[in-house]
Design a protein around this ligand. Structure first.
Ligand SMILES: Nc1ncnc2c1ncn2[C@@H]1O[C@H](COP(=O)(O)OP(=O)(O)OP(=O)(O)O)[C@@H](O)[C@H]1O
Ligand SMILES: [Mg+2]
Length: 467
């Protein structure tokens, strides 16, 4: 190291030194800063002193001595030559149990009258590595959601991560609120990212209501906020969930939507000069997403679990859109909400043929799984024949299996519809499904179990008979 570099280092590390840089150029959201390259790295926060006030930003890229800085707001009022100073960075958040019932912003600051945040004792980092694959417990037992179609057809287990794929206005937020109110979990952490401001109020006051809010922490970053904040909101939501998990709680994490997180990362990536790839998404989007989604899941021994649902907006109901594709590859199951079903008035509009839980069949009891299989088979048969039936081209009586499927569909379809306030214990959903299967004339899926039970009873009654 040359004498000059040694001196430079000594000066920079002295606590009384203030190193001031200057803005060089502003293009769109990207501010180029000079003079801080020796002290600032990716993720460093800095403060720009404009003529009308200060704006904080984060370093997201570097090119030689030019740093690329994005704002936590807008660069309104900032001019070329304005001074820039590095500020102390703390990528920690300090949640505690008193946060339950609060609404916080992307940086974890209390937002509403619900907030009761006080001085915290523990901290949780925004940016941590997910636990290693061998440090984790296995996915746990079933988590009852009291939503009929989910409990029967696409069950969710503790520590499972699910994608919820849907176009706009198909009922994602309503389903999230139903899950938040009814799911058997200790704490619900909800991230509303890129939502419209009006909808946030509606979601908190009407959909979630005081009952849902009583065990929830809501993180809000509306669509008009800077991309850095929208991205940060997803990290904050996950960090809060991690805190509750570390205290042994069962956490349900609902992130609405991961698409908006990806869009925020797209803006950040493009601003720092990454090349656009599929649909303009730069490569960093596809590396950040698994990192975020992997942080949910089963905890280590002695910890709770984070069961997570991530909503994905599918543009024009195109399920092969790059974000949907990437998320599907990461999560352990997906719920597809279908616009056609919503238009027919069946909510939650879950497309049972396209939805899948990778925890099946293990998480159902053998009897429950037989009921699910029989019901699913009848519904799939109906879906195959649906067009013919609607056109009147199918003649009743020509195929007994189709007749059974039609009878089953006409009973099950209205049954699976569930309005916001309704809840149904999973055991009752299974009992009702089983009854409808028998009433439709479908062969008893539990016959083998009853026969086996009869045989065991007989063997017990005449112990010598078997010999
Ligand atoms: N369980 C339900 N029962 C009755 N109606 C419902 C139900 N779920 C959704 N809806 C109807 O669907 C509409 C849209 O629902 P919601 O706001 O949850 O959709 P979204 O997918 O979150 O929409 P966006 O993409 O705009 O955020 C609601 O206004 C409501 O009319
Ligand atoms: Mg919504």
């Amino acid at each position: 190291m040359s004498t000059f570099s040694k001196m430079q280092k000594a000066i920079y590390s002295s606590s009384s030194t203030r190193i001031i840089g200057a803005t060089k150029a502003i293009v769109g959201l990207t501010l180029t800063v000079r003079g801080l390259e020796a002290v600032a790295g990716i993720g460093s926060r800095c403060r720009v002193f404009g003529r009308t006030g200060v704006v904080d930003g984060e370093v997201v890229g570097a090119d030689g001595s030019d740093l690329c800085v994005l704002p936590f707001g807008t660069w309104e009022g900032i001019a070329v030559g304005d001074p820039v100073e590095l500020i102390e960075m703390d990528d920690m958040i300090y949640p505690d149990d008193s946060w339950i019932g609060s609404v916080v912003d992307a940086l974890g600051r209390p937002l509403s009258k619900y907030a009761r945040a006080r001085r915290p004792r523990r901290k949780s980092s925004f940016k941590v590595q997910p636990p290693g694959a061998f440090e984790r417990k296995k996915v746990g037992e079933k988590l009852e959601t009291q939503i009929k179609c989910i409990d029967v057809f696409t069950p969710i287990c503790r520590g499972q991560r699910m994608g919820v794929f849907a176009g706009s206005g198909v009922g994602k937020s309503t389903m999230m609120a139903m899950l938040a109110r009814n799911t058997d979990a200790d704490v619900i952490v909800i991230g509303l990212i890129g939502e419209r401001g009006r909808e946030v109020q509606q979601f908190i006051h009407e959909d979630l209501g005081p009952e849902g809010m009583a065990r929830a922490v809501v993180v809000v970053s509306t669509g008009d906020e800077a991309p850095l904040l929208r991205k940060q909101a997803a990290l904050t939501t996950t960090a809060i969930a991690e805190y509750f998990k570390s205290t042994g709680k069962q956490v349900l994490l609902l992130l609405d939507s991961v698409t908006r997180f990806a869009m925020a990362q797209r803006e950040i990536g493009l601003a720092r000069g990454e090349p656009p790839t599929l649909r303009g998404y730069p490569p960093s989007v596809f590396s950040e997403m698994p990192h975020l989604l992997e942080r949910a899941g089963p905890g280590r021994e002695g910890e709770g679990d984070i069961t997570a649902l991530y909503t994905v907006l599918v543009d024009g109901d195109d399920m092969n859109e790059p974000i949907a594709d990437a998320v599907r590859g990461i999560v352990d199951g997906h719920l597809v909400l279908d616009r056609r079903i919503a238009e027919q008035g069946r909510f939650p509009a879950v497309d049972l043929q396209k939805s899948l839980s990778r925890m099946l069949p293990g998480c159902h009891s053998p009897e429950e799984f037989e009921i699910t299989k029989a019901a699913g088979k009848a519904l799939a048969r109906y879906a195959d024949m649906e067009d013919l039936i609607r056109l009147g081209a199918y003649k009743a009586g020509s195929d007994p299996a189709t007749d059974e499927a039609i009878r089953f569909f006409s009973a099950a379809s209205p049954y699976l519809s569930q309005s916001r306030g309704d809840r149904m214990p999973a055991s009752e959903s299974f009992a009702d499904m089983y009854r409808m299967i028998l009433e439709s004339g479908i062969e008893d899926p539990l016959r083998a179990f009853f026969e086996q039970a009869d045989r065991q009873k007989q063997d017990a009654a005449e112990p010598g008979a078997a010999a």
